[in-house]
Design a protein around this ligand. Sequence first.
Ligand SMILES: C[S@@+](CC[C@H](N)C(=O)[O-])C[C@H]1O[C@@H](n2cnc3c(N)ncnc32)[C@H](O)[C@@H]1O
Length: 262
Amino acid sequence: MSLLLKLWHSLPLQSRAVILKPVQRNARIYRWLMLRHADAIDQADGVDGCLPPAEMRYRVSSSPHADEFVRVGKTCATDIQSALLRIGRDLKSFTQILDFGCGCGRTLVHMKNLAPEAQFQGTDIDAKAIEWCTTNLPFATFRLSKEKPPIDYVGDTFDFIYVISVFTHLDEEYQFLWLEELRRIAKPGAILLVTVHGLDDNRGFVFEREYEKGLFPAWYQITHHSQEYIYSNFSKYFDVLDYLPRGMNAHQDVVLLQKRPA
Ligand SMILES: C[S@@+](CC[C@H](N)C(=O)[O-])C[C@H]1O[C@@H](n2cnc3c(N)ncnc32)[C@H](O)[C@@H]1O
């Protein structure tokens, strides 16, 4: 691969553009080449020398860049901590924490130092990511999830569940199924932090069938929620404690929820 890359870089830019033109028309081939290229040139160490391959990073961030992957994960972890402080809770006060939709651990890898005593679990539908996490993040335990509930956790297990950029991809039916299931596995009084793409107009809930082809299942698209929609619909499952526009990585909105006492 490195010989091929050397050859590629020895070509004048104009020749590279001519070669890339037909390739760019085929998104899947273009993506494959881009990700192989990212793996070959990656110099970043990740966290404690631990960096998932470019394809896995791309599946959670739509970017092959290692530095960006590490920066966003770190920001998400500190944004979780700041959001909790707004409702008077400290990450260190939780003992059983679930990263629902953990992907290849972009955020989770930074959480351990923020709550060193807590037991962390992670779950995702991406079997390769779960395999990678199991091998590389020994401080947590991992389990494969499915597109629809149930999930294989006992009821009333977690006192904190965070869900970064998962409800940003589900249609309304799946959203409600998962809200109900997350309520089941949360302890009474547990806190949930969920991120959403905000929506400034009055459409409430918008599910757009536009996500990258060939990378995700058909049910996994792009979803936007308005703040009003969150307060009137998520409150059927949880108390809505707070809503922080652009509270996650200055990009997604943060919703803080609490399971009602039994
Ligand atoms: C945009 S990525 C974000 C990943 C991770 N939370 C982060 O911030 O790096 C969304 C993740 O949600 C996962 N996901 C979607 N539906 C899921 C489900 N039903 N159960 C568990 N994970 C799911 C996807 O596989 C993907 O890894």
